[in-house]
Design a protein around this ligand. Structure first.
Ligand SMILES: *Cc1c(COP(=O)(O)O)cnc(C)c1O
Length: 361
């Protein structure tokens, strides 16, 4: 039976003045709406107790397995308000499918696609006033579904009680500095995901293990880190974003996923938009030496990273312990064309020729 996520309204919702104040300067992931969706899964019983409740702390036992063994996965997507006031999701069925791929890898239960879509849709409808108007900018409502072991037991096995939860956060642009080319640190000392590991799953543990390299990047004046796959000598991705380069002759190149890279919805959308624009789209191995050589020789003229949070961020330079590799300043016309093509679809400024948008309000 499918879940319905009945609503228990928040008796103390934020005032309209407070919502307006947050919309004026939302930052990223700092403020949350009036409600959250929750559901519990129990072995033998399946999903139950699906409900939308006032946003608030979860009661967790200190022995809850997620605190000890990190059996946790998450998703990230956004709700976009169009100029006519309607509210839309971008390819949410891809997030639903990916949540289940991550669930499989982490021995968590699958959540039927339909139930995922109901949880997200019903929650955004209840908190619709929190979806910012785009007003020519890029404000949206970030949606964070997540699932975790929720059983009080210190033995090591897949949890037999699991909690699924969805929270919402109004957001502006991801990087404090806005859409500005960023510098990327290539770490050769830490890896994010190994072959056979959890790189293709969206799990919190991947982020925990990426942080130390992120700080190595900060110490070297960079705002993000690019991970390479040491044994097979290929570029993978950033801590939370996929990476692309553009060559002088119009090739759009991104590392093939090969099990260690997260299948980004933005990545996939860029590949489709790139093909439609007539670019020579290549998903293949990209050795870090080729990246460095390509930039030095002038063969690679643009680079960018991508994900739901920041959409597309142009890359100004890569740095590693081997040297610094700057893309030509002022390039980035294909990057910005791809970025505009995607954000125009998301915000309803261009025709949705791919059939990606789902209207929910
Ligand atoms: C979420 C994520 C991405 C981007 O995926 P989108 O679906 O485009 O948001 C890329 N890499 C990692 C490691 C991620 O967790």
């Amino acid at each position: 039976m499918s879940l319905s996520f009945a609503v228990q309204p928040n008796p103390n919702p934020a005032t309209p003045e407070r919502v307006a104040e947050i919309h004026a300067n939302p930052g990223f992931g700092k403020y949350f709406t009036d409600h959250m969706a929750v559901a519990t899964w129990t072995k033998g019983q399946g999903w139950h107790d699906d409900v939308i409740v006032p946003y608030g702390p979860l009661q967790m036992d200190p022995a809850s397995a997620v605190f000890h063994y990190a059996q946790e996965i998450f998703e990230g997507l956004k709700a976009y308000r169009h100029a006519d006031g309607s509210v839309w999701l971008f390819r949410p069925e891809r997030n639903a499918a990916r949540l289940n791929q991550s669930a499989h890898r982490l021995c968590l239960p699958e959540l039927p696609v339909e139930d995922f879509l109901t949880s997200v849709t019903e929650l955004v409808r209840v908190d619709e006033r929190w979806v910012p108007s785009a007003d020519g900018g890029e404000q949206s409502l970030y949606i964070r579904p997540f699932m975790m072991a929720h059983e009080n037991f210190l033995g090591v096995r897949a949890a037999e009680t699991v909690l699924y939860c969805v929270i919402l956060s109004p957001v502006g642009t991801y990087f404090a500095e806005g859409v500005r080319p960023i510098d990327i640190w290539i770490t050769h000392d830490y890896s994010r995901a190994g072959i056979g590991g959890t790189g293709a799953a969206k799990c919190g543990g991947n982020y925990a293990s990426s942080l130390i390299a992120q700080y190595e990047g900060y110490e070297n004046g960079c705002s993000q880190v690019l991970f390479v796959q040491p044994c097979v000598d290929r570029v993978d991705e950033l801590g939370g974003m996929n990476v692309f380069v553009v060559s002088r002759d119009g090739a759009l190149i991104t590392p093939a996923t090969e099990g260690t890279i997260l299948h980004g919805v933005t990545r996939d959308s860029i590949l489709q938009v790139g093909r439609a624009m007539g670019l020579d789209v290549q998903e293949r191995r990209l050795p870090p030496e080729e990246l460095e050589e390509g930039i030095t020789s002038g063969r690679f003229v643009e680079a960018f990273c991508c994900g739901t949070a920041a959409v597309i961020s142009p890359i100004a330079s890569f740095k590693s312990k081997h040297g610094a590799y700057s893309l030509p300043p002022g390039s980035g016309s294909i990057t910005m064309k791809l970025r505009d093509a995607i954000t125009d679809i998301q915000f309803g400024r261009a025709e949705d020729t791919f059939g990606w948008m789902h209207r929910i309000v």
